[in-house]
Design a protein around this ligand. Structure first.
Ligand SMILES: [Zn+2]
Length: 285
């Protein structure tokens, strides 16, 4: 599943390519997870933001402040990539878009005024599209309750400790919830916990360990962005390339292989139905 570094890589590639484009027509898969794609027709894309693992395409307002459509401050096409979602652009495909004309797994396509098509493919269909007034996420629970962005200065050991103290769930579960910090999924949680020396099953993580964990979360996410994301099976960036971060992983996907610190075999355990890899020797509960 794409996590923050993968989504940020896509954002950086797409943003200069779609900013200024006018969406003149759209088509989508019949599922109500994808039909909101059609609500973006008529808008001009003014840029792409990101929050956690969500891409937020900024759409201009309709210029009519008298109407009460709720869009007078602009609106956003919110995209979650789920397990296998991806975006790419196709040149000069015309103004009558049809998912059927693209890939077998195309779930939405938007035609721009210059003829290009923005295509959203999603093999496993865990992705989701929504159009909402800017910043109004009441109907998107994960986004609504999302914790601070890890790399913008608001996320610290103190904020992490405040978010998790008194909670009975494991530190790994809390990281995956997106509430203490935005954008961390299975890969980067395992990597950050390993570097901080914290057992993913730990339920009591004091302030000092939170300080360390906040630093390692930032470290692994920043490295992931620098490496263009982690490609395991499905992830490709908006230019169709794979990331390079998989070559830097210390524990994720390496169960049974030797720990890079102590050479003992790495252990695996299932937390939240996700395979979690860690070193019993180097990570403390
Ligand atoms: Zn070890």
């Amino acid at each position: 599943m794409p996590e923050l570094p993968e989504v940020e890589t896509i954002r950086r590639q797409l943003d200069p390519l779609v900013t200024g484009a006018v969406i003149v027509a759209a088509d989508s898969h019949w599922s109500d997870k994808f039909t909101p794609a059609l609500d973006a027709v008529g808008a001009t894309i003014t840029g792409i933001n990101r929050r956690g693992k969500y891409l937020l395409f900024q759409l201009d307002d309709d210029g009519d402040d008298e109407s009460d459509d709720g869009y007078d401050d602009g609106y956003e096409l919110v995209a979650h990539l789920g397990m296998t979602g991806s975006f790419h652009l196709e040149p000069g495909s015309g103004s009558d878009p049809s998912c059927a004309d693209h890939g077998k797994h195309t779930r939405a396509v938007w035609a721009f005024d210059d003829g290009r098509h923005l295509v959203f493919d999603d093999t496993r269909r865990f992705g989701r599209l929504r159009v909402v007034p800017t910043g109004v996420y009441n109907d998107i629970a994960t986004l609504h309750h999302m914790g601070p962005e890890p790399l913008d200065g608001e996320f610290t050991g103190a904020s992490l400790h405040k978010a998790i103290v008194g909670k009975s769930r494991s530190i790994k579960t809390q990281l995956l919830s997106q509430r203490p910090v935005a954008g961390v999924g299975n890969i980067y949680a395992d990597e950050a916990l390993f570097l901080a020396g914290i057992d993913p099953r730990a339920r009591r993580v004091g302030r000092e360990r939170c300080d360390r964990l906040a630093e390692t979360v930032k470290q692994v996410l920043a490295a992931g962005i620098d490496n263009g994301g982690t490609t395991l099976r499905d992830y490709v960036n908006a230019e169709g390339d794979i990331g390079r971060n998989q070559h830097s992983l210390l524990v994720y996907g390496r169960g049974g292989e030797p720990c890079t610190l102590c050479a003992e075999p790495l252990s695996t355990v299932v937390i939240d139905a996700r395979t979690t890899t860690f070193c019993k020797n180097c990570q403390n509960r």
